[in-house]
Each structure stands twice: as structure tokens, then as C-alpha cells.
Write a protein that binds this ligand. Structure first.
Ligand code: GCU
Length: 596
């Protein structure tokens, strides 16, 4: 990419079209390189960060400045890398300094890469685990690519821009809430900003493996392997699964190849999460993955795992941490799974956006099933083609990243979206996109109910495999009669999951009866909900809202003070409330048979 820089040094003061040079080079699912299973050079650690509320750096082209110290400047500047704050990457700026807590704007991250060239035809790809919401990447003073979507990975090729020795890498990240984004202006979680997931540099051969997917076929007697290369060439790849004595070659045409081979792997399940080491090779490149083989399907109103009915006892969880914000470390993930296990859960709903890549990887090992989703949440500009492209791309990047994770059984395409024709077209497109990219998993969304007929009824449901229903009867409504009516009136033709139900409780607030925001009422509410849910003959799961209290600026009573308090555990991720025990004691219905 080259920038047209006008001669007038003050051109930027009046050029509101300053972003135009940075519109090309959009990193999408088509340019994503799944780096899982590869050796990469980590670029995590200390970076310099300069806040930029006005996009001043884009207007003045800070990326194009040389590295001269102030003593050598001929005229004054407004940006000096060395004056930037030293911050860790990954991190969210909101939790680094009190004055940055509510910052919604842009920030320039800068670090240096000492580059020693490899073989002449070697390729170099920068990998980003996630940046909220948008990112522009600059290397050695040149703009090389951008990404939109706050929770999905992206790749930017750096081959042509790295020079031997020191290279300056700059990433401009901005977390503004905008009407054309997903999510849009208004959502019930905290708007963290920053380069909050890992950054890496991968050295790749001239033609490399961009994606691999390895999945059990619905008959559970064959495995399908798909490979996509970086370039549209013909050739041959191969797949090897030692533990299955399986080795097969894959013909590649125009950069794509697929085979279906007979195989009888031990099936992955929560009880026995068997994983296999899989290697896929092409020329000098290889991708190594640990993969579990299982099938998910529906049959009438039943959910089937490996052909058998399953009931999902679940809990929802956000990426939110008092100290780390949206950064989720491996320890944080293992703690949430430990708590889910203590509750007797076999399922988690990863609300409301793609979580860190290691979540599904660890769930594969632990035998937990997951609902992963994109933040098509509440009001979205459903009539905007650019918004649909953004949401579709976020979903595609999520699916490509996690395609080999046995734990993920459901792709969620949205949450509680008012029913309009534009919304229906938008979300039906997402559901179709998920099916096209991954026919092996189920699709769902938190759908609406028909308030006139008081039934589980949403035009979108016909485009989904599983109907998600968020319902808070007894919390946002004074009693449970609505839930009784809804369950009695509805006769869905496919499985229903109560994808959210919960009540706020401030830890330590105790008292009998419907004492709002008390631990006792949260526990009583949950027991009343679960009794009704278990009695239904078509509900096949519940995801209690939610595991931990989390930051939300919408919540400002004395009980909440900027937090949503529906957690079964407090925001410290240790202090359990009465409802935790109530849910731990509850036994879900036996799958496949009505609970009498
Ligand atoms: C909604 C929404 C959640 C929200 C919850 C609540 O169902 O999906 O994101 O946090 O209700 O009101 O607590």
C-alpha cells in the first residue's frame, strides 16, 4: 500500500477524507492463516502505546515519521514513539490506568521486530488473535492492512515489507461504538479496547497451508479432510493419524483438496474426551492438531451427540475480568471450566462474541460442549450491506479458527434481535453461512417469543437447527406465570435451549421472599425456573445467566454499581452466592425421556 501525502504539511487539518488511504487491504476470513499447530515467533510483551482520540495519527500519518529523537527534529511533531506509555500486549487499556477506564477511541501500539531473513522465498505473516474493534497495521512506515471485528483473529502478510535488522511495527486500534458495527452502540457488557490477544510472526514456505479441517462424517465411519493452500496451485498433500493407522494423500487442485477416508475413531464425548494427533502436510509445510471426533445432530426436538440424546446443563460466561478486562488467560479459562464442572455442567455458552482460541482447545481436553457466537446483539443496522459483510466475516473467521474443535457443537448467529424483514434476511444469511462453512455443527440464536400468542415462535427459527430462548420470567416479570404459559402454549418442531435465565444478586444481601437483588431470591428464582424447564418435553438444555458478575455500564443501582450481578459467583471469580449451590444440586432431566 502507498500513501498519497499532499505537500501541504497542514493538509490534515481540513482533510476529513483522511481515512481513504487505509480502506484497501482488509484482512478477512479469505486472508486468514490459521496458525494453530505451527511454531510462531511471539510478539507479545512490552509495546509503546499512545492514545489518539481524534485519529490524529491517521490525519498526520504518524506511521510515516522517522525515528529521530526530538533533538533532531527540524519542526515540532505531535507524536514520539518513545514518549508512549509502556504497556503489555496482550492487554486492554481500560484496566491499565484509571484515566483510561472509559476511553473509547484510538491508540497507537508500537514495537520493533529484529528480522533475520530466512530462505529467499520464505514468507512472513503477522498473526493477531484479536483487537477490539478495528485495527490498522503499519510496518517500516507503510500501511499493510486492516481488520474490523473485535473478537476474531486476522493475518497480515509482511513478506514484502520486512527488511534485515530493526523493523517498526505499529498497530492503530480503535474501539468506538458505531451504528454500522456488530455489536452496535448498545450492549450489556463492557467496551474494552486494545490489542488484547496474542500477536505473532510466522515464517512460512512459499506455498503454505492456510486452513485444514478434519471432521467425522455423520455416519461416524468415515473422516473428511479438507485443505486450503495459500496459492491456487495443483499438487498433493497428505494426512496422517498415527493412532488410527491412517495415512492418505490428498489431491490438490487450484489450492484446494478434500478426501473422505474410512475410519473408526473412538468418539469424543464429555465422559471420554478422546483426542487424536493429526498431521497434515504439503511440500515443506505441516500443520499439527489434536482433534476429537464426534457428531452432533437433531432428531425432532432431541439433541444428539454421537447419535444419542443429550441434555445440556450449561452456564453462560463473558470474557470479563476485574484485573485483565477482556484478556482471558489459560488460568482464567481453566478456572471457569472448574467452576462449570463443580456445577455439574456439560455445556457453556460463550457470550456474546468469539472467545479466545484456547477456550475451545481446553474444552476439547476437558470434555465440555460449547455454544460459540458472533455479537449480532440487540439492535444492529440490519439493512446495511457493510454491516452484514462485517458480521458474516466475523462468523467466518470464528468458524475457520475453531473448525477442528470437538467441544464446539453450536454456532450462534445472534441474540435477542427485534423481528424485522431486514433482521430476518441478515440472520438467515448468517445461519446459511455457518452451514456452508461447517455442515457438521448446529446453528442457533437467542430467538424471540410471540407475545401475542405467548409461544416460542420466531421467523428466524426455521433457519436454525436449535431454538435459543432467553427468558427471565420471575425476574424481569413479577412471577413465573409467563413461563408456564409459554412452555404450555409452544410446540416447536426442533430442540429448544433456554439460552439465558438468571437474576441479579448482590453478595451478602440476604432475606426471605422476593427480595430483589438478594442471594436468597436469586436461588429461589433459579429453582423455580429449573423445575419448569425440566418438566418441558422439548427443552433440551439450559444455559444459566451466568457464571460470574461482569462489568456493564448499564447497571447503576447501589446493588450493581457498573456490574451485572447475575453471576452465580461474584466478579472476583471466587465468592459463590447461594444460587451456585442451588444450581449445583439440580439434576437435569434424563436425555431422550420426559422428566416426570
Ligand atoms: C439479555 C442479554 C444479556 C444480558 C441479560 C441481562 O438476555 O442477552 O446479554 O446481560 O439479558 O439482562 O442480564
Amino acid at each position: 500500500m502507498t500513501d498519497e501525502t499532499p505537500d501541504d504539511p497542514f493538509h490534515h487539518l481540513h482533510d476529513e477524507d483522511y481515512a481513504r488511504p487505509y480502506l484497501a487491504g482488509l484482512a478477512t476470513a479469505q486472508t486468514l492463516v490459521t496458525l494453530a499447530g505451527r511454531k510462531v515467533e511471539s510478539l507479545d510483551g512490552e509495546w509503546r502505546m499512545t492514545l489518539d482520540l481524534f485519529d490524529e495519527g491517521l490525519r498526520q500519518k504518524w506511521h510515516a515519521l522517522d525515528d529521530a529523537p526530538p533533538s533532531q527534529w527540524a519542526v515540532p511533531r505531535d507524536y514520539d514513539i518513545e514518549a508512549g506509555e509502556r504497556v503489555p500486549v496482550p492487554s486492554c487499556w481500560n484496566v491499565l490506568k484509571p484515566e483510561w477506564t472509559h476511553f473509547e477511541g484510538g491508540a497507537w501500539y508500537t514495537r520493533w521486530i529484529d528480522w533475520t531473513p530466512g530462505p529467499t522465498d520464505e514468507r512472513a505473516v503477522l498473526g493477531f488473535g484479536g483487537a477490539n474493534y478495528a485495527a490498522l497495521v503499519f510496518l517500516t512506515g507503510t500501511y499493510i492492512g486492516r481488520h474490523v471485528g473485535g473478537s476474531t483473529p486476522f493475518s497480515v502478510e509482511a513478506t514484502a515489507h520486512l527488511k534485515p535488522g530493526r523493523n517498526r511495527l505499529q498497530v492503530f486500534v480503535e474501539n468506538r461504538r458505531r451504528s454500522d458495527r456488530a455489536p452496535m452502540h448498545h450492549f450489556d457488557w463492557f467496551n474494552y479496547g486494545g490489542l488484547y490477544r496474542e500477536v505473532s510472526l510466522a515464517r512460512l514456505p512459499p506455498v503454505f497451508i492456510r486452513h485444514v479441517s478434519v471432521a467425522l462424517m455423520p455416519d461416524r465411519r468415515r473422516i473428511r479432510v479438507d485443505i486450503a493452500l495459500s496459492d491456487a496451485i495443483d499438487g498433493e498433500a497428505d494426512v496422517e493419524i498415527d493412532a488410527l493407522a491412517l495415512k492418505a494423500s490428498i489431491e490438490v487442485h487450484a489450492g484446494r483438496g478434500a478426501i473422505i477416508v474410512d475410519a473408526a475413531p473412538e468418539l469424543w464425548s464429555p465422559e471420554r474426551p478422546r483426542l487424536y494427533d493429526v498431521v497434515v502436510r504439503h511440500a515443506d509445510d505441516a500443520v499439527r492438531e489434536r482433534i476429537g471426533f464426534r457428531t452432533v445432530a437433531t432428531q425432532g426436538t432431541d439433541l444428539l451427540l454421537n447419535g444419542r440424546p443429550v441434555w445440556l446443563k450449561g452456564v453462560c460466561v463473558h470474557e470479563d475480568d476485574l484485573a485483565l478486562g477482556k484478556v482471558s488467560t489459560e488460568a482464567d479459562v481453566r478456572r471457569r471450566f472448574r467452576h462449570a464442572r463443580e456445577l455439574g455442567c456439560n455445556f457453556l455458552r460463550l457470550a456474546h462474541y468469539p472467545h479466545h482460541e484456547h477456550v475451545a482447545r481446553i474444552a476439547d481436553e476437558e470434555g465440555l460442549m460449547l455454544w460459540a457466537e458472533v455479537p449480532v446483539y440487540w439492535a444492529i443496522d440490519f439493512a446495511n450491506p457493510a454491516t452484514l459483510a462485517d458480521a458474516r466475516n466475523q462468523l467466518s473467521e470464528l468458524i475457520l479458527r475453531d473448525i477442528n474443535r470437538a467441544s464446539i457443537v453450536i454456532w450462534g448467529v445472534g441474540n435477542e434481535n427485534a423481528d424485522t424483514d431486514a433482521r430476518l434476511a441478515f440472520m438467515a444469511d448468517l445461519a446459511a453461512t455457518a452451514k456452508r462453512l461447517d455442515p457438521s455443527r448446529l446453528t442457533s440464536a437467542a430467538c424471540l417469543i410471540n407475545r401475542d400468542r405467548f409461544t416460542i415462535e420466531d421467523r428466524l427459527a426455521g433457519h436454525l437447527d436449535v431454538i435459543g430462548v432467553n427468558e427471565y420470567f420471575g425476574w424481569y416479570e413479577p412471577d413465573f406465570s409467563g413461563l408456564d404459559r409459554l412452555l404450555a402454549n409452544s410446540s416447536p418442531d426442533r430442540p429448544v435451549i433456554v439460552s439465558e435465565t438468571g437474576a441479579d444478586a448482590a453478595h451478602g444481601r440476604r432475606g426471605a421472599g422476593r427480595l430483589l437483588f438478594s442471594e436468597d431470591w436469586q436461588a429461589d428464582f433459579l429453582e423455580a425456573q429449573l423445575t419448569r424447564i425440566a418438566a418441558s418435553d422439548y427443552v433440551r438444555g439450559v444455559a444459566v445467566w451466568l457464571l460470574y458478575d461482569f462489568r456493564s455500564e448499564r447497571r447503576q443501582t447501589g446493588f450493581q454499581r457498573g456490574f451485572n450481578r447475575k453471576g452465580l459467583i461474584g466478579a472476583d471469580k471466587e465468592t459463590k452466592k447461594q444460587a451456585f449451590d442451588a444450581y449445583r444440586r439440580w439434576r437435569p432431566p434424563t436425555a431422550g425421556r420426559r422428566q416426570d
